[in-house]
Design a protein around this ligand. Structure first.
Ligand SMILES: CC(C)(COP(=O)(O)OP(=O)(O)OC[C@H]1O[C@@H](n2cnc3c(N)ncnc32)[C@H](O)[C@@H]1OP(=O)(O)O)[C@@H](O)C(=O)NCCC(=O)NCCS
Length: 350
């Protein structure tokens, strides 16, 4: 039976390191508050003019392609996960196809925010298992720094996020002891608005259950994706109810990890490494404790990069592999939770 396996990883983070103290120049916050609540010490911000979500993704992709010992011409499908694409449309996948001068292959964009990479992996896994593709390039990249509110008004969100990209090349294997064992995808749209960026969008200020998103009169909304009124009211920034997100995240993370383990007849003790989406170090620590995992079984790097949304898992995976923390035969679990809400896990034998 054909399974898919991660043949190579790659990552790219911008050079510009932004410490918590750097952020205090723009907003009322402190290194102490940020570290205590999130574990984050610093993050990277892309060069505002020279780097985009796509260019960072391309750098990560080049590394993954080289590590796989193939060329961009060998790739037969691209999947790109991001919440901050270069353009509202088209997606970043085609921009990668152009940048790497690839063949006229399919390019799919995934918009599942923090669980984007695991969703993308699951889609790629199906294409490999059916024999349709042999070298799938999965990229996740985010340039959050371009769209955050760096005034005190936006501090609960802006201190958390960072920029970066990760990539993997997925290939087929017939080795029964290797590859993606299962993937598990979930969603619950009831809380869609508590971690969201509403604009630009076609919502016309109406939440689907009749609520209004902002206190605008219909006439002020106009017929535009983005009006002056929205910008004047800071409606061009993401919105998050942090404590509410935290509460659901600590419930769904352990649940979806346990689901992957149980499906394959394993328990947490069998895991070599859990790579959770780097949402908040406190969330990862809570999950670790709940599953009774020891420190060596969980990889965190949010301290250095902040929350890079879809990119956090492939960046962490690449780093952990390069550091020798992942070896052939190891049981690895990837798990994510985020906006939507969507959450997902993947269990693989490296
Ligand atoms: C965002 C988060 C760190 C906030 O921590 P918290 O302990 O829940 O803090 P609260 O939001 O309750 O705010 C506590 C106080 O700190 C203040 N505060 C918020 N951000 C701050 C900042 N950056 N610096 C200083 N103070 C801040 C608030 O205004 C509030 O002040 P008040 O008590 O005077 O009203 C936390 O809720 C969280 O991480 N949630 C999950 C978010 C997440 O993972 N998102 C990504 C999902 S993938």
């Amino acid at each position: 039976m054909i399974k898919s396996f991660i043949a190579a990883t790659g990552m790219y983070v911008p050079k510009n390191v932004v410490t918590n103290n750097d952020l205090t120049k723009y907003m009322d916050t402190s290194d102490e508050w940020i570290q205590e609540r999130t574990g984050i010490k610093e993050r990277r911000f892309a060069d505002r003019l020279a780097e985009t979500t796509t260019t960072m993704g391309v750098e990560a992709a080049k590394m993954a392609i080289e590590n796989a010992g193939i060329t961009a011409q060998d790739i037969d499908f691209i999947i790109f996960a991001t919440l901050c694409p270069d353009y509202y449309f088209p997606g970043c996948g085609v921009l990668v196809q152009r940048a790497l001068q690839m063949k006229e292959i399919g390019a799919l964009d995934v918009r599942n925010q923090c669980s984007g990479f695991v969703y993308a992996l699951s889609v790629a896994d199906q294409f490999i298992k059916t024999g349709m593709y042999k070298n799938i390039l999965l990229i996740a990249s985010e340039k959050h720094s371009f769209g955050l509110d760096f005034s005190t008004r936006g501090r609960n969100i802006s201190v958390i996020f960072g920029d970066g990209a990760g990539a993997v090349v997925l290939q087929p294997t017939e080795d029964p002891d290797r590859g993606v064992l299962s993937t598990h995808l979930h969603s619950d749209g009831n809380n869609a608005e508590i971690l969201a960026m509403y604009n630009p969008g076609t919502h016309a200020n109406h939440w689907t259950n009749g609520h209004k998103l902002a206190d605008f009169k219909d006439a002020e909304i106009g017929e535009m994706f983005m009006s002056h009124e929205m910008i004047d009211h800071a409606q061009n920034f993401p919105n998050m109810d942090g404590p509410a997100v935290f509460k659901v995240a600590v419930e769904k993370f352990p649940e979806v990890i346990q689901e992957a383990l149980s499906k394959n007849g394993y328990s947490p003790a069998d895991l070599r490494l859990l790579i959770p989406h780097q949402a908040n170090l406190r969330i990862s620590q809570f999950v670790q404790k709940k599953l009774r995992l020891n420190d060596d079984q969980v990889y965190n790097n949010i301290q250095k990069y902040g929350n890079t949304t879809a990119a956090s898992i492939p960046i962490a995976l690449c780093e952990a592999y390069e550091m020798g923390k992942i070896k052939e035969g190891d049981l690895i679990c990837l798990a994510a939770f985020g906006s939507g809400f969507t959450w997902a896990s993947a269990l693989l034998r490296w």
